[in-house]
Design a protein around this ligand. Structure first.
Ligand code: NDP
Ligand code: MG
Length: 390
């Protein structure tokens, strides 16, 4: 029996993971959920905890934990905060940690799980973006860290049986996000509602906005760099409006291995949980007849944030942590209607320019850079857009 902890269980990936596990269990798979963690959605988390009869639960803070204790039977152990996430991630009753927390808050749990020898199914790409060197030095066996992100799941599958020296380049695809077909001069006036309607994927709010700016694609380039040990020059991005081909491995002899599936996160989530086996599809079967696949060069000038993010990846050190934290703040301000969409890229460029990089940072140095970037980006927003920005 594989015992799973789902962190970020109330989110877009988390709830789809619960659905996948429910279905796998019905079809006889030897999986059980033993621990669940979330942030503020206490009732949702407690409902899932009761359904799966879990023994361990963690919430964002002491108040949420207090509320959960009242809703759960007394035998459930309730943790909270970063320590709670870490306690679950390294708990002896857990074999696999599916980390679907959003943002920098996911890093410590990834590190705790890996150091305790657990397998990690990683949706929280920020773990690799901000702490790639710390994460990768804890991976003892190559199958210990399995990507959930669809592009990386595709590359992971395409790379099976391929030698590193036979790979010329890795390619990931981008749908182009909500504003793919909008002229660049209209971007300053788009609303949060418009940014949240992604053409092909249904995801949490931050990653949906990050898809519209292409910050998400920049993060995915950094994620691929760490996961596959490839230099930035050997990771390319293609605009692919249909979101059917997720990742491609170009080999030195001219062959290209592509992984194609319906754009449905339940597929990579399931694969990360059943790896190395493929089981019956959790989503609609892909019907290729009648489908068109288009690939284009990204119109880079329309997506200035992408190159800022990749530049931070190339600089390494604490630069990606600063950029990630600034992006969390800028996206939250945009979603609250306080800054225009185009300010996200502007703010990121400002933070990268101002940041004093610390090479090969410790976890504490990463967290200091994160805090600096949050304070500095809030200050920048106030200076630029007025005192109503908090
Ligand atoms: P959501 O915003 O939908 O969900 C985030 C989850 O994290 C929620 O369960 C939330 O809890 C929880 N959470 C947030 N902060 C904390 C905290 N401090 N402590 C504990 N739990 C916390 O995000 P997504 O599901 O969209 O994304 C999750 C991760 O997966 C991100 O890193 C994203 O980049 C990645 N990803 C997502 C994809 C998608 O399709 N959604 C695709 C590929 C990658 P609560 O809501 O209860 O506050
Ligand atoms: Mg992705």
């Amino acid at each position: 029996m594989t015992r799973i902890a789902v962190l970020g269980a109330t989110g877009s990936i988390g709830t789809q993971a619960l659905e996948v596990i429910r279905r796998l269990r019905r079809s006889g798979a030897e999986l059980e959920i033993v621990a669940l963690a979330a942030g503020r959605r206490v009732e949702e988390l407690c409902r899932a905890a009761s359904e799966f009869s879990v023994a361990l639960v963690s919430l964002r803070g002491p108040e949420e934990a207090q509320k959960a204790r009242k809703l759960l039977p007394p035998y459930v152990e309730v943790f909270h905060g970063q320590e709670g996430l870490e306690a679950i991630a390294r708990h002896p009753q857990v074999d696999v940690v599916l980390n679907a927390v959003v943002g920098a808050a996911g890093l410590r749990a990834t590190l705790a799980a890996l150091s305790a020898g657990k397998r990690v199914a990683l949706a929280n790409k920020e773990s690799l973006v901000i702490g790639g060197h710390l994460v990768m030095e804890l991976v003892r066996d190559p199958d210990q860290l399995i990507p959930v992100d669809s592009e990386h799941s595709a590359l992971w599958q395409a790379m099976r049986g391929v030698r590193r020296e036979e790979v010329k380049k890795l390619w990931i695809t981008a749908s182009g996000g909500a504003f793919r077909d909008l002229p660049p001069e209209d971007l300053a006036r788009v609303t949060p509602q418009e940014a949240l309607s992604h053409p092909t994927w249904r995801m949490g709010p931050r990653i949906t906005v990050d898809s519209a700016t292409l910050v998400n694609k920049g993060f995915e380039v950094i994620e691929a760099h760490w996961l596959f040990g490839m230099s930035y020059e050997r990771i390319g991005v293609l605009l692919h409006p249909q979101s059917l081909v997720h990742g491609l491995v170009e080999l030195v002899d001219g062959n290209v291995i592509a992984v194609i599936s319906e754009p449905d996160m339940r597929i990579p989530i399931q694969y990360a949980l059943t790896y190395p086996r493929h089981r019956s599809p959790p989503a609609r079967r892909l019907e290729l007849a009648g489908k068109t696949l288009e690939f284009r060069e990204i119109p880079w000038d329309k997506y200035p944030a992408f190159s800022v993010v990749v530049q931070a990846g190339k600089e390494g050190g604490t630069a990606p942590a600063a950029i990630n934290a600034a992006d969390e703040e800028l996206v939250a301000a945009f979603l609250a209607g306080r800054i225009p969409f185009t300010a996200i890229a502007e703010g990121l460029a400002y933070i990268l320019e101002r940041h004093h990089n610390v090479p090969c940072p410790t976890l504490e140095e990463i967290e200091t850079a994160d805090m600096w970037a949050r304070t500095e980006s809030r200050r920048w927003m106030r200076d630029r857009f007025g005192p109503t920005i908090v």
